[in-house]
Design a protein around this ligand. Structure first.
Ligand code: ADP
Length: 502
């Protein structure tokens, strides 16, 4: 330390007293003095550094740049902080690098110019800065929305990228706004009340659902997590917002599905119940409706068995006809019941085929003949061989059997039943008329209800099922059925069906 001889003691004392490293270089950047702090910082002894070029303390890759800066600095020769706008690094004896901050102080002793560099190791600060940056980027990049607002004024202080993006306001606009401005469900008073547990320190965290309104006016459901944070004497509230639109949609979907399934279950249960009732009804009907014809069949069969002689052939045939008629009747009841069961459980499969109308009419009339009362007769069209239908043959047969059997059943001996068939615009109209008891006007509106039986029909056997299923089948197949009736005069049923499947 020759050059500082005169004041060397003072310099020594002063330089060792401060914690920053001191490195003094001359004009040609040769180190002329260092203090203990600098030696410790760079891992050298003072002797090892003295006389060395300053480059020894600087990582190689910065040498070139550094030389330029030093000569520039020496020209201007004013006091300043080094490294504006860039990071400075020092190099230890062991080759490791560390971030530094350096303050440069030029001075002149005995006409010689020197520069004193005050060097501080800023590794710790740099690390802290980096950590802070990291936290800031976590804050900013978080996919959730984060809003920070003043606990007193409620004004927004900062929001992250996610929040800005979803809510649609700029940070400048948000600085003039409070959470109340984006929550249509709250006014200021209500909001303050909501967050009072936090403000008063009764709760550490609040979680609640609300609605946020974007700048464009649209809204979205949110889950809000709110916490208080104290920063340099000012209290702020940090809100982490989860957009729960999808969650809500999912919940809604789930609720809809549950509602739908419940409805289906209820429908199935009702159907099940109806089918159960049907079974009970069937059993009671069978016991009533089957008994009479069955005992009739038994009587006729017994009697027929007794007429053994040739001349008794007539009587035997009469009884056999009665048996056939009653068996047909029972068969029809069973068919009607099976129809209901199929219609109820959705198991009906209609079978379309092409057939002549005359075929069905002949079969129905043939069977009906067995049921005719004394001197009853049926008039039906005979010149219909050319009429062909695309329809469900079995259903048409069921419809006509029901109507004709009713006409026979509900009219007296010695009366006529008329069947007509007319074709128009690809639709076939069939009427079945009788001169019977008719349907009382007051009851006409119930005729197609299941199990309905009119007051004046109760002496006759019946189930009240036939017309109900006839109507259902016809409507399923694009047809219709109507009637007109006058009590004690007669009834006409009119059926209309499409002749071709289109
Ligand atoms: P069922 O004849 O087995 O009682 P339907 O469903 O065929 O059942 O008929 C329902 C009711 O409509 C009958 O009970 C009867 O009161 C009335 N009805 C049906 N057809 C006629 C008809 N041709 N004349 C008078 N009443 C009828």
């Amino acid at each position: 330390m020759e050059v500082f001889k005169k004041g060397s003691n003072v310099f020594k004392i002063l330089s060792e007293a401060i914690s920053e490293g001191i490195v003094i270089v001359n004009k040609s950047q040769t180190i002329v003095a260092t203090n203990m702090a600098a030696n410790a910082l760079f891992g050298y002894s003072e002797e090892e550094l003295k006389g060395q070029h300053l480059d020894i303390l600087i990582p190689k890759k910065y040498h070139n740049n550094h030389h330029k800066h030093v000569s520039g600095f020496l020209k201007k020769s004013d006091k300043r902080q080094m490294g504006h706008g860039r990071d400075l690094y020092g190099r230890r004896k062991d080759g490791s690098q560390f971030p530094v901050e350096a303050g440069l102080n030029p001075f002149t002793v005995y006409d010689q110019d020197y520069v004193m560099a005050l060097v501080i190791d800023i590794s710790v600060r740099k690390k802290a800065e980096q950590e802070l940056k990291h936290w800031a980027s976590i804050f900013n990049e978080s996919l959730n929305e984060i809003f920070i607002f003043d606990a007193r004024t409620l004004l927004f202080l900062d929001v992250n990228k996610g929040a800005k993006k979803n809510i649609g306001y700029t940070i400048e606009e948000l600085h003039k706004m409070t959470p109340v401005d984006i929550k249509p469900e709250f006014n200021k008073e209500q909001f303050l009340k909501k967050i009072s547990p936090l403000l008063e320190g009764r709760e550490e965290k609040l979680k609640f659902n609300s609605i946020h309104q974007r700048k464009d006016g649209s809204t979205y459901p949110v889950e809000i997590h709110l916490q208080k944070s104290v920063h340099e004497n000012s209290e702020t509230l940090v809100a982490i917002i989860l957009d729960i639109t999808e969650q809500e949609e999912y919940t809604q979907k789930l609720e809809n599905t549950v509602a739908k399934r419940t409805r289906q279950l209820e429908e199935a249960l009702t159907k099940e119940k109806e089918l159960g009732e049907l079974k009970t009804k069937f059993l009671s009907l069978v016991s009533h409706e089957f008994k009479t014809p069955l005992s009739g069949i038994l009587t006729s069969a017994t009697l027929a068995g007794k007429y053994e002689k040739e001349e008794q052939q007539d009587k035997r045939e009469k009884h056999l006809k009665t048996i056939q008629g009653k068996v047909k009747y029972l068969n029809n009841i069973i068919n009607d019941f099976l129809s209901i069961e199929r219609l109820e459980s959705g198991k009906v499969n209609y079978k379309y085929s092409n057939f002549p109308l005359s075929k069905v009419i002949n079969e129905v009339i043939y069977d009906a003949n067995m049921l005719l009362k004394e001197a009853q007769n049926i008039e039906y069209p005979e010149n219909i061989d050319a009429v062909f239908l695309d329809f469900d043959e079995k259903i048409l047969e069921l419809v006509l059997t029901n109507l004709i059997n009713n006409a026979i059943k509900y009219s007296s001996e010695d009366s006529t039943i008329y069947l007509t068939a007319n074709e128009k615009n690809n639709r076939l109209t069939i009427t079945v008329s009788d001169e019977g008891i008719g349907i009382p006007e007051a009851e006409q509106k119930y005729v197609f209800n299941r199990y309905f039986r009119a007051e004046n029909a109760l002496l006759n056997q019946g189930t009240g099922i036939g017309l109900n299923i006839v109507k259902t089948h016809l409507e399923n197949l694009g047809g219709s059925i109507t009637f007109t009736s006058v009590e004690n005069k007669g009834t006409t049923f009119t059926v209309e069906i499409p002749m071709k499947t289109t």
